[in-house]
Design a binder for this molecule. Sequence first.
Ligand code: HQG
Length: 181
Amino acid sequence: MHSKNKIKQGKFLSLILRHEPEAIGLTLDAAGWVAVPELLKQLAAHGRGMSMAELEDIVASNDKQRYSFNADKTQIRANQGHSLKTLDLGLASAEPPDILYHGTAKRFLDSILQTGLEKRSRQHVHLSVDELTAHKVGSRHGSPVILRVAARQMQHDGFIFYCSDNGVWLTDHVPIAYLLK
Ligand code: HQG
């Protein structure tokens, strides 16, 4: 597949596996999985057809490893980033590093400093282990600013953290007390 087309198909896959499976007549199961033959069939039916080899290539080469197959490649899901609220990825809680980073836009700061970090339209607040990733995430929204989150302290205080299969840290809410500039 041409690389431009691959990016386009990958973005469409994100839309389907995270936000709007019904756009091509699919439903995800409770943990976000969908059967691969069904996905390929529905993609084709909506003018987005690809072969299994092309799908495998998109999954393997994705810059953030956004998607995973199950062991025998009969099912596929997005590793994180869903907005579908009823989903439970079934991730085990994990012990975060001392500090995690959240990249956001300067224009959101006042609001964040009033209510803490909220998950907004997604299922979790997304945090990264490195500042560079946080910088990229923040730049998507405008002039970026990086917040440090006292993650280990939060966990000691009873907050639950998860780490997605592609290394993104997830939690429900970060109260202001744990935000460090
Ligand atoms: C902000 C991408 C005002 C929050 C990225 C963020 C990530 C508040 C925006 C993943 C707020 C939500 C997630 C508050 C939070 N007041 N604004 N109280 N609390 N916000 O896109 O973290 O490329 O839903 O700071 O790389 O930017 O799609 O979340 O700016 O990993 O795989 O509300 O999505 O991954 O924006 O990004 P988003 P995010 P993918």
